[in-house]
Design a protein around this ligand. Structure first.
Ligand SMILES: [Fe+2]
Ligand SMILES: [Fe+2]
Length: 273
């Protein structure tokens, strides 16, 4: 059996510090072959920096996907291109050719690829469908796509057009976990995995500020909330022929103990060290 842990969008310092605190404890107790995360909001709510990527690698994440905020911090330009970071293939920007990360661990290879939706998203220069036709030809035992998109319909279109070329499709960007995790004709799928960021908040942002901006039309910043972080993720397992046989979503609130919440679940018992 092969296991993959995938964390939703990491938001700001609170999201990072909860991961740094909890992920090593999780990895001590359970075996995962690959740990993946969307990091597009890791640096103060928007973008990434080389230092933050190094910190998150240090705490146990193997590879990252990104989204529309990939280039929000200037420091991203100094990222070592050899780092395991997948930039959306159809997002205009410098790292456009670093869109698939292939990792080898425990004699298994995994490809993490990143594309963005075309509906309600800016700065895309191509259709994800055209890009994925080429990207899915990558050589790997397990092919996972982070589909960073706004609408549920577009995410389902990707599922129904690429389920036979990918073993997992994980939706990101909306920061709210959906309850439709499923194995559809050999492909593990969830419309959105959720976020690792402040709770309560509005998608990780300060509640009061966002309300004032939307309802009173005030010009406010999208300040990252100071609340403690929740963790949202999925655990996916694959059989020895790399077919997914389970996908289990989790949302752990700030006051909940991660290890206690996952303790009595069947899938986690299989992964216990
Ligand atoms: Fe995000
Ligand atoms: Fe996003």
């Amino acid at each position: 059996m092969i296991s993959v842990l995938f964390f939703g969008d990491i938001v700001g310092a609170k999201g990072r510090s909860r991961l740094k605190r909890d992920l090593p404890l999780l990895l001590e107790k359970y075996h995962f072959d690959f740990v993946l995360a969307n990091a597009e909001n890791a640096a103060h709510g928007k973008g990434i920096t080389p230092k933050i990527i190094d910190e998150l690698l240090e705490c146990g994440i193997d590879a990252f996907s990104l989204g529309n905020h990939s280039y929000s911090k200037n420091e991203v330009m100094w990222l070592d291109p050899s780092k395991p970071v997948a930039f959306p293939k159809n997002l205009i920007g410098q790292f456009q050719n670093h869109h698939t990360v292939v990792l080898e661990k425990n004699s298994h290879t995994i490809a993490l690829m990143s594309v963005m939706g075309n509906v309600f998203m800016e700065n895309t220069d191509a259709s994800w469908a055209d890009e994925l036709q080429v990207m899915t030809q990558v050589n790997a035992d397990i092919k996972i796509c982070d589909f960073h998109a706004e609408t549920t319909s577009e995410k389902y279109i990707l599922l129904h057009t690429f389920h036979h070329k990918l073993q997992a499709i994980i939706g990101t960007h909306t920061h709210v976990q959906t309850s439709d995790a499923q194995i559809y004709e050999g492909c593990a799928y969830i419309t959105d995995v959720g976020m690792c960021g402040p709770f309560p908040s509005i998608l990780g942002r300060d509640v009061d500020e966002v309300i004032r901006r939307f309802i009173k039309r005030e010009k406010t910043h999208y300040t990252v909330s100071e609340e403690e972080a929740m963790l949202s993720f999925v655990v996916i397992t694959f059989d020895d022929e790399y077919h997914p046989n389970n996908i289990k979503p989790y949302s752990i609130l700030p006051n909940e103990n991660l290890l206690e919440v996952i303790n009595d679940c069947d899938i986690m018992n299989l992964l216990r060290r």
